[in-house]
Write a protein that binds this ligand. Structure first.
Ligand SMILES: NC(=O)c1ccc[n+]([C@@H]2O[C@H](COP(=O)([O-])OP(=O)(O)OC[C@H]3O[C@@H](n4cnc5c(N)ncnc54)[C@H](OP(=O)(O)O)[C@@H]3O)[C@@H](O)[C@H]2O)c1
Ligand SMILES: [Zn+2]
Ligand SMILES: [Zn+2]
Length: 369
């Protein structure tokens, strides 16, 4: 189908029950190869909570976008380049692709290394449609054997990094690194809070620590306290079901809070009480079901605190993060699953068992379990 000696095959969902271990292995038609595209033989792919919220339709119906091959923390070997490869990519290189695989590459934001906020909209690595080339073709993610897409969004993985550990950095790591940098973690933001110790949250701790910040983890139980300390956190707050009580005595102790939690109901005035005047509360987690916290106007005005959000990371930000990870020898805490066991791995991730990121290993392609 794809005019190559290899086939594009992957684990596809056909409906919201696919997260219950019902992904099916199928062959599909990738986008038409463009001169700035690459083909990658996939070795590793992380499982992000966004994969699950997409498949479960927790963020909205997929309609004509079924079937869906998700996965946007992809690392693999380049097996084909066109005449116009970006990022210096050559055949045989190990590269990674995160949650975005295309944008217009021409607008103000694309020209300022903010492709994730492209004015024409970004193309997601899955559940997206290409428009710059191969207009209308669907994008397919990394629970698969091969990936095809624009080389602009394929990031060379530094040689010092373990490619399996690099995979979840491409969405999970970048998504927290981007607001950490934007809001001065380790600089003007000396004290950083991370809400939720999951895949994103654990990178929040390691990356904020690597940037020189003092980190407080805010978790809903005591279960992960020892891990948080091992990851580098200096403080651990347990919310239980009463945030106001949990935060007594910790008012105005943080400059920046990154919220990676999926929790739909949060006592926002209590969280904002943790911020110093001028502080920022940044959402990256997105609960399912459209339920979001209401705006706590009084707490914002009285405390001079700001609430914002942040979407993934641009290619340049991903490159900067990977360099920091290599320089400071930051470890990803991953657990590997054979990609053939994806129908066990996804339900286990939903059950909250990951410590802290599951990475699917494509053993047939040479990925190492
Ligand atoms: N903005 C973006 O660009 C972007 C990119 C990637 C992912 N995301 C979103 O970020 C969120 C986190 O993703 P992830 O992959 O890190 O997920 P994850 O590994 O499942 O971690 C989520 C953490 O949230 C906490 N939590 C609190 N209440 C929860 C609840 N009711 N249900 C589930 N978790 C709850 C848990 O930490 P504790 O046990 O410590 O409380 C849990 O470990 C998801 O909403 C995901 O879709 C956003
Ligand atoms: Zn993701
Ligand atoms: Zn653009």
């Amino acid at each position: 189908m794809s005019n190559t000696e290899y086939k594009f095959e992957g684990w596809a969902g056909f409906g919201p029950d696919s997260v219950e271990g019902k992904l099916k292995f199928i062959e599909y038609e990738p986008k038409q190869f463009a001169e700035d595209d690459i083909d990658m033989k996939i070795l590793y792919c992380g499982i992000c909570a966004s994969d699950i919220s997409t498949l479960s339709e927790g963020w909205g119906e997929l309609k004509d976008m079924w079937p869906q091959v998700v996965g946007h923390e992809i690392v693999g070997e380049v097996v084909r380049v066109g005449s116009n490869p970006q990022n210096g990519i050559k055949k045989g290189d190990i590269v990674g692709v995160g949650a975005q695989c295309d944008s217009c590459l021409q607008c103000h934001y694309c020209n300022k290394d903010k492709e994730n906020y492209c004015s024409k909209g970004m193309t997601g690595t899955y559940n997206g449609k290409f428009s710059r080339t191969s207009e209308g073709s669907k994008s397919y993610g990394g629970y698969a054997n091969y990936w095809r897409g624009p080389s602009h969004f394929a990031i060379p993985i530094p040689k010092e990094l373990d490619p399996a550990e690099a995979a979840p950095l491409l969405c999970g790591g970048g998504t927290v690194y981007s607001p950490l940098i934007e809001h001065g973690a380790g600089k003007q933001a000396t004290n950083v809070g991370i809400i939720g110790l999951g895949g994103l949250g654990h990178f929040g701790v390691t990356l904020a620590t690597a940037l020189g910040a003092e980190v407080t983890v805010i978790s809903h139980s005591a279960r992960k306290q020892k891990d948080a300390e091992e990851l580098g956190a200096k403080h651990f707050l347990i919310t239980g079901d009463d945030e106001a009580k949990a935060f007594k005595g910790h008012e105005r102790s943080l400059d920046l809070i990154i919220c990676t939690s999926n929790a739909p109901d949060m006592n926002m005035p209590a969280y904002l009480s943790l911020l110093r005047p001028g502080g920022n509360f940044i959402f990256v987690g997105i609960p399912e079901g459209g339920q979001v916290p209401t705006i706590p106007l009084f707490a914002m005005v009285m405390g001079n605190v700001h609430i914002g959000g942040s979407l993934i990371a641009s290619p340049q930000t991903l490159k900067d993060m990977l360099q920091l990870v290599a320089d400071k020898k930051v470890k990803s805490w991953i657990q590997k699953w054979s990609m053939d066991k994806v129908n066990e791995a996804v339900p286990s991730m939903i059950a909250g068992n990951a410590r802290y990121r599951y990475v699917l290993v494509n053993e047939k392609n040479g990925g190492k379990l």
